[in-house]
Design a protein around this ligand. Structure first.
Ligand code: 15L
Length: 269
C-alpha cells in the first residue's frame, strides 16, 4: 500500500493522522470539504464533497488504500447525517471499488454498539446496537464495507473508535475504558495499511486501558499493540468529578444513549 487517500483530513482525527503518516508512504492525498494546510513533501491536497462523484473519482485515481474519516463525527439531525454519513459513505466505498482501490479503512465508532450494557465485556462479533442516528450511520458504513469485501473483494477494516480527544487524554470516568491516544490511533491505522492482506475486519480503537471493556483479541494478528493507558490520568480524571446521567451510565455508548430517550431501560438486555 503506497498511495493513500485520507478523507476528512482537516478534522480532529484527520489532522493527527495526517501528521502521523507524513513521510511514511510515497503519496498521502489529503481530502476534505474544508480548507487544509498546504501540501508538504509527499502530500497532495484535494478539496472535495463526498456527493460529487466526478471529483471523488479524481481523488481516488491511482490510490491503493482509502482511510475514510470524513463525515459528521457526533450525534446530529438526520438532515446532516444523511448526506455526509450515509450517502457520502456509500459514495466513498462505491467510487473506491470502481476506481480499483484495494483497501478501505472505515472510521466506525463504539456508537454502532452503544446500547450493549456496559456491565458486559464485549468483543467485535456482538450484534449492532446503535445508540443514535450517528450510531446507525456507523452500522451502515460497516455493512457497506462487508458488502464490498464479500461482493467485490475489497479489503475492509472497520475501526470502532472509542474516545479520541484533541487534548490527548481522557476527560471523564468512562473514557478510562474508551480512550485512544493519538499515537495509538495512528499506529492502528498504520497496522491496517501495512498488513499483508485481510478480507473484512472489525477492530475497537482503544488504547491499552486497564479498564478496557472491549475485546480486540480475535484480531491480534492485525499487529495492533497499543502503548498508552488511560489509567495514567486517573487522578486528573477523578479531580474533574464528572458525572453521567442514569441511562447513559448503563451502556457502552454513554451520552448518546440518554439523548432523546423515551424508551424502557428494563427492556434493553
Ligand atoms: C465518537 O464516535 C465521537 O466521534 C466522539 O466525539 C465521542 O462521542 C466518542 O465517540 C465517545 O464515545 O467518547
Amino acid at each position: 500500500m503506497k498511495r493513500i487517500l485520507l478523507t476528512g483530513a482537516a478534522g480532529g482525527i484527520g489532522r493527527v493522522v495526517r501528521a502521523g503518516l507524513k513521510g511514511q508512504y510515497p503519496l498521502l492525498r489529503c481530502m476534505d470539504i474544508a480548507e487544509q494546510e498546504p501540501a508538504g513533501p509527499g502530500e497532495e491536497i484535494v478539496r472535495c464533497d463526498l456527493r460529487d462523484i466526478p471529483a471523488l473519482e479524481l481523488a481516488m485515481q491511482d490510490i491503493d488504500c482509502v482511510i475514510h474519516l470524513a463525515g459528521v463525527p457526533v450525534e446530529d439531525t438526520w438532515e446532516k447525517i444523511l448526506p455526509a454519513n450515509i450517502e457520502g459513505c456509500y459514495n466513498a466505498y462505491d467510487t473506491a471499488s470502481r476506481m480499483g482501490v484495494k483497501r478501505f479503512i472505515f472510521a466506525s465508532s463504539n456508537h454502532a454498539i452503544g446500547y450493549h450494557r456496559r456491565a458486559k465485556f464485549i468483543d467485535n462479533t456482538v450484534a449492532p446496537r446503535p445508540d443514535s442516528r450517528y450510531g446507525v450511520s456507523k452500522v451502515f458504513g460497516e455493512a457497506v464495507g462487508r458488502l464490498y469485501a464479500d461482493k467485490h473483494g475489497m479489503q475492509v477494516a472497520c475501526l470502532r473508535i472509542g474516545s479520541f480527544r484533541l487534548a490527548n487524554k481522557p476527560e471523564d470516568f468512562r473514557q478510562l475504558n474508551t480512550w485512544i491516544s493519538h499515537r495509538d490511533m495512528v499506529h492502528l491505522i498504520q497496522c491496517c495499511i501495512d498488513h499483508a492482506g485481510f478480507h473484512f475486519e472489525v477492530l475497537y480503537g482503544i488504547s491499552n486501558n486497564l479498564r478496557n471493556r472491549w475485546d480486540n483479541s480475535n484480531v491480534a494478528d492485525m499487529g495492533y499493540r497499543p502503548q498508552d493507558n488511560a489509567e495514567d490520568y486517573l487522578a486528573e480524571v477523578l479531580a474533574l468529578k464528572t458525572t453521567e446521567d442514569p441511562i447513559s451510565v448503563q451502556f457502552h455508548g454513554a451520552m448518546f444513549c440518554g439523548l432523546e430517550f423515551t424508551g424502557d431501560v428494563s427492556k434493553i438486555d
